[in-house]
Design a protein around this ligand. Structure first.
Ligand code: NDP
Length: 297
């Protein structure tokens, strides 16, 4: 059996079209253009590339972006002061602080400064706290985890009572994915670097989400036949035959696993495009919240 391939680019493209139409409608009805401020500290090439991609996508759907770059040696106070300024700026509806921040900064202290209604990445401790609680709603859900759930929905996964294994417990992927699954009445096991018998644990999963950052670690014999496999991993591996000398692979051995799984995301082309699409949706929502606030006051 060969798995159904879940096309993240196609789903993301639909989301982008919806956001674009809504942005146009907002301009006509309210004369307001959603605005996203990005804060990049330092010159990490991957972070620079992510921020550029986010800004380009904003432009294509009509969201205005305001880029701010600080040197790696900037003090935490400088970053916090910039974020506070952006918090007051009425043209800015969403604030994205590109992570990771340089080692001398307290990430939580910086994220805490983003006003809740502008926290389009969903990493503010209050938003994450609400996500971790039963019957509480965060204002924004982190984009990559939200993309994982949307792709499972698109593929027709049954959530109620299903068994899921999440490989990885990071704050930005593994933990929030686990919480979102629990909210959907899935029974979730979260694995990490100290988990014993990973293949055995994974084999119990109806839904398997891999977010470990280990190239092609998940093999066919780790996967229950018919399972839904979502590969969040994005790893650069050397390849002398590739034009650039490297290529990108996921945490799942796609060629092997697609013969066992019921549905699977490729990487690249699965979760990756969903992350930025989610950011656009969250920025639109932030602008809608600002309009609601204006009409109430
Ligand atoms: P982190 O490095 O923050 O977390 C990795 C997690 O995997 C940790 O919980 C770690 O365990 C666990 N882990 C690492 N090695 C093993 C192992 N051998 N066995 C079991 N568990 C292991 O990574 P991220 O969550 O930030 O990212 C994970 C992957 O997802 C990366 O490839 C990243 O590039 C990709 N990613 C993709 C995004 C997208 O938009 N598509 C967005 C964000 C990330 P422990 O906690 O014990 O250390």
């Amino acid at each position: 059996m060969s798995a159904k391939i879940i096309d993240g680019e196609a789903v993301a493209s639909r989301i982008r079209e919806q956001v674009k139409a809504a942005v146009e409608g907002m301009a006509q009805k309210h004369g307001i253009c959603p605005g996203l401020a990005t804060v990049l500290v330092g010159d990490n090439p991957a972070s620079q590339q992510y921020v550029r991609m986010k800004q380009n996508r904003c432009k294509k759907v009509g969201i205005e972006s305001f880029g701010h770059t600080l040197v790696a040696e900037a003090s935490q106070e400088e970053v916090i002061s910039l974020v506070r300024q952006l918090g007051e700026d009425t043209k800015v509806h969403g604030i994205l602080v590109q992570l990771p921040l340089p080692g001398h900064m307290d990430e939580e202290a910086v994220l805490n400064t983003i006003p809740l209604h502008k926290d389009v990445d969903g990493f503010h401790p209050v938003n994450i706290g609400r996500l971790a609680m039963k019957n509480r709603k965060p204002l924004f859900i982190p984009c990559t985890p939200a993309g994982v759930i949307r792709l499972l929905e698109e593929a027709g996964a049954e959530f109620e009572g299903a068994e899921a294994v999440v490989l990885g417990r990071s704050n930005i992927v593994g933990m929030p994915v686990a919480m979102l699954l629990i909210h959907r009445n899935v029974t979730v096991t979260v694995c990490h670097s100290r988990t014993k018998d990973l293949p055995g644990v994974c084999r119990s999963a109806d839904i398997l989400v891999a977010a470990v950052g280990r190239p092609q670690m998940v093999k066919a014999d780790w996967v229950k036949p018919g399972a839904f496999v979502i590969d969040v991993g994005s790893n650069r591996v050397e390849d002398s035959k590739a034009p650039k000398g490297y290529r990108w692979v996921g945490d799942v051995d796609f060629d092997e696993v697609k013969e066992v799984a019921g549905a699977i995301t490729p990487s690249p082309g699965g979760v990756g495009p969903m992350t930025i699409a989610g950011l656009l949706q969250n920025t639109l929502r932030a602008a809608e919240l600002a309009i609601d606030k204006l009409s109430i006051s």
